[in-house]
Design a protein around this ligand. Structure first.
Ligand code: MG
Ligand code: MG
Length: 261
């Protein structure tokens, strides 16, 4: 059953989402060759607690970390390690926070130094997929239209759209109904209504859409070990269309500066 949110509840999700947005901004400042995902994880945990919130993932389903850090061929659910990031890597940093009983949850894929062109292009198109999905999240549509829009854009570039992992409703729980697949058929699925609060999170692979889970029981990797990208926002449907509750502004301030150096 979908729990449609009141304006008050949407504000609470926004507050938690903004804490995540600022945490990703902090990560953006620190991320460079030689830094370890484990270090980023500790920083993120401290930052979230300093903002009167709790890490959203830590302890959830037994998750041992605040961030999920997925490097290169890892799609999602990578556990932060002590392996230093290297020039040319990409890393999806996914973060959750809970404040006043409501969750925020989003993700950004960062480039470490100079990344090869085809990987940069994958990141660009995956980010476009996210905003195309958000645009399709309106009360004239059904959830299948959202997945369809994302899938079309990704596949038009020859990329693989992951099927096994999907976006989701969020609120008092990190994962609520409905599922929000990044693939779908036009006019199918749940009708989109005001008060719907969801995480939209395209996971797009450079090669095959097929994925595997590593023996750590967490990390999802591409079956062909080619890179994968992941961007996520939290949105609420208000007055017929999607309002983005999270922001990449804190990240983009930093990454733009770095690109300009
Ligand atoms: Mg997430
Ligand atoms: Mg999510």
């Amino acid at each position: 059953m979908i729990h449609y949110k009141s304006a008050e509840e949407i504000e609470l999700v926004r507050e938690s989402a903004q804490i995540v947005s600022k945490t990703l901004g902090l990560v953006a400042k620190e991320i460079k060759p030689g830094v370890t995902p484990f270090y980023l994880d500790k920083l993120a945990e401290e930052f979230i607690r300093d903002h009167g919130a709790e890490p959203g993932f830590l302890g959830l389903y037994g998750c041992p970390s605040t961030l999920l850090t997925s490097v290169n061929e890892a799609v999602v659910h990578g556990i932060p390690t002590n392996k230093p990031l290297q020039e040319g890597d990409i890393i999806s940093v996914d973060c959750g926070a809970k404040k006043n009983g409501y969750y925020g949850d989003h993700a950004y894929t960062f480039q470490i130094g100079e990344v090869r062109f085809e990987v940069k292009q994958l990141l660009k198109v995956t980010l476009e997929c996210l905003y195309i999905g958000i645009e399709a999240t309106n009360t004239s549509n059904r959830l299948g239209d959202v997945g369809y829009a994302i899938q079309q854009h990704a596949e038009s570039h020859g990329y693989g759209v992951v099927r096994e992992l999907v976006g989701h409703g969020l609120g008092k729980a990190m994962h609520e109904s409905p599922d929000v697949p990044n693939y779908g058929k036009r006019g199918k699925g749940q009708r989109i209504k005001n008060g719907l609060v969801i995480a939209i999170e395209p996971m797009i692979n450079l090669g095959t859409r097929r994925v595997k889970q590593l023996s750590d029981g967490w990390t999802i990797v591409t079956a062909d070990r080619l890179p994968s990208a992941h961007f996520e926002h939290n949105v609420a449907v208000v007055n017929g269309k999607a309002e983005i509750l999270s922001t990449f502004d804190f990240v983009e301030e930093v990454t733009t500066q770095r690109l300009a150096v």
